[in-house]
Ligand binder design. Structure first.
Ligand code: ADP
Ligand code: MG
Length: 535
């Protein structure tokens, strides 16, 4: 019960109105209604981006920077949303982004539709707890069905699914380039079990070129060149040391005076410093190091010594890049060269300098070195959006390499699940039956929104898909937005990984159930802000 808060403290009885003086409160139905409204408003903000015919949003941040995107989660995370329930749904979408990368817009649209339908049942007098139970039963059934409907994919289908993930995100040539390169990069970083280790893919960007010139390089690529051209260009079977500092004379960190009383003492001081640096180089030689990378500088006399020893060296390498090399080659980043031991040294197959896009790059290859995608485009904005496309596409490729099962897109899978759920609902005797049917209706929202964004009649499109699936007794039929026809989506290459659709439904169900369970919202009253008086 929501309104039983009367406290008896030693004979003093306080009503909740006194305790919650600084709080605005809405309870029961009122609270749920407001929460459902917030969810619907949130979904309303992004529903026009869903699908291949979805439109873009122009986002402008506090500093006036602009971003044009079609990605639901990017829109939601950039917008300043204050409403706590809206934030819960954004959380579900962000989780989808983290786990599956794709399907973020679908998650929000599904959650809001589930809540809208639940609200209608509440109005008819069904308790939210019963609805939540029905939703859980529906979710279980959907997970069983969806796995049955999935088809094992081949490389060809993977390619089509990668392209489908990019629908609405750009022109055909972008889709081809991004999907091809993502599949190649994904293949480079598959482990023994065939799973893709996405964290081993690095994306770097270069402006002033065209997207079609983007490429994948096997290994780790850093925008650095060796400090001296007489150092070896390529080292095979490299032993790498990573130094979180430099091989240089240090400048005094505090303001001090050196009182020179004896002639030559300054000379001795300099010699000592040089000696110390040379002993560091000697130590590196003894450890068998042939590649050096430091975060800070390398003095000229040290450089000459390194050249003499045939060591390849890089300076001013960012700490984050040192960490990447460390992860790839098994080297530990050392603070002090003299304390480095054999175990601090990392191994690589090759460490070379290559010209990529007219600039010199350091390329490290080896067992754990992964792959680097070099994204090229004319401007920073274009490269940024292409990077987001890669992010989505790599997520989908990762899903496919993890679990190769695929589903037909274009709303086909959602309609098939809804049809099966309705039959299942009939077998449930309690009031949960109504909730399961409401859940089924909610799943159909995806086809409706896809059709709406494609300029088609949403209801008619939905009815045609249901009719075709029933007459053909097949779950493969959905709406192909490129021609507006109801078609076999697998045959037409509109395909998505099982993991993405499944996670979207699970995420949306979780979010809607947790919102359904809230029957009391207490808002702390905000202080009234007094505007500053202009001088
Ligand atoms: P999300 O953020 O949810 O991934 P998208 O804007 O990427 O949203 O849209 C994905 C939806 O678009 C999926 O349901 C997918 O099946 C559908 N889709 C992709 N290509 C087509 C197509 N050619 N025809 C119809 N639907 C498509
Ligand atoms: Mg998508």
């Amino acid at each position: 019960m929501s309104r039983a808060y009367v406290y008896d403290a030693g004979g003093l009885t306080m009503g909740d109105s006194e305790i919650l003086e600084d709080t605005t409160r809405s309870t029961g139905r009122e609270a749920l209604k407001k929460n459902v409204q917030a969810a619907i408003a949130l979904a309303g903000a992004i529903r026009s981006t869903l699908g291949p015919k979805g439109l873009d949003k122009l986002l402008i941040d506090d500093d006036g920077r602009t971003l044009v995107t079609n990605d639901g989660v990017t829109v939601l995370e950039t917008a300043k949303v204050e409403h706590p329930v809206a934030k819960m749904i954004i959380g579900a979408s962000s989780l989808q982004d983290k786990i599956a990368k794709d399907g973020t817009t679908s998650t929000v649209i599904l959650a809001s539709e589930m809540l809208r339908n639940a609200w209608e049942l509440v109005v008819q007098g069904i308790h939210p707890a019963v609805i939540a139970r029905g939703f859980r039963m529906a979710e279980q059934k959907v997970i069983e069905d969806i796995t049955e409907n999935a088809i094992s994919g081949s490389e060809d289908l993977f390619k089509l699914a990668a392209i489908s993930a990019l629908s609405g995100k750009g022109h055909d040539s972008l889709k081809q380039t991004v999907s091809d390169l993502s599949l190649v990069a994904g293949n480079y970083v598959r482990n023994k079990n065939g799973k893709m280790e996405k964290e081993k893919i690095k994306i770097i960007s270069q402006t002033g070129s065209v997207l079609e010139h983007s490429e994948v390089v096997q290994g780790l690529v850093l925008a650095k060149k060796r400090i001296d051209l007489s150092m070896p260009k390529e080292i095979i079977d490299g032993s790498i040391i990573l130094i979180d500092g430099g091989l240089e004379r240090r400048s005094f960190s505090s303001d001090m005076k050196l009182n020179v009383t004896t002639p030559g003492i300054l000379e001795q001081f300099r010699n000592k410093e040089r000696e110390m640096l040379m002993s560091q180089v000697e130590h590196l030689k003894n450890l068998g190091v042939n590649v050096v990378a430091c975060k800070e500088g390398i003095d000229d006399d040290v450089k000459n010594e390194l050249v003499k020893c045939g060591i390849q060296a890089f300076r001013r390498v960012a700490k984050s890049d040192l960490d990447l090399v460390s992860m790839s080659c098994g080297a530990t980043v050392v603070n002090d060269v003299m304390s480095a031991t054999e175990s601090s040294i990392g191994m690589c197959l090759s460490s070379s300098n290559k010209m990529l896009g007219g600039l010199e790059h350091w390329v490290v290859t080896g067992d754990g070195c992964g792959a680097t995608i070099i994204v090229r485009g004319s401007t920073v904005d274009i490269v940024g959006e292409v990077e987001r496309c890669f992010d989505d596409c790599l997520g989908v490729v990762g899903q496919m390499y993890d679990d190769g099962r695929l589903l037909p897109g274009g709303g086909a899978s959602y309609v098939a699940l809804a049809r099966s759920l309705r039959r299942f609902a009939e077998t449930i005797p309690g009031r949960e039956q109504l909730a399961i049917a409401a859940f089924a209706d909610a799943l159909e929202v995806i086809v409706r929104v896809l059709a709406e964004n494609g300029g088609l009649d949403p209801i008619e499109s939905l009815i045609s898909v249901v009719a075709k699936q029933t007459s053909e007794n097949s779950h493969l039929y959905g709406i192909n937005l490129y021609n507006g026809e109801v078609e076999d989506m697998m045959a037409n290459g509109v395909i998505e990984p099982l993991g993405i659709v499944k996670q979207a439904i699970i995420g949306a169900t979780e979010a809607s159930i947790s919102i359904l369970r809230i029957d009391d919202v207490l808002w702390a009253k905000q202080d009234i802000e007094i505007p500053e008086i202009p001088q």
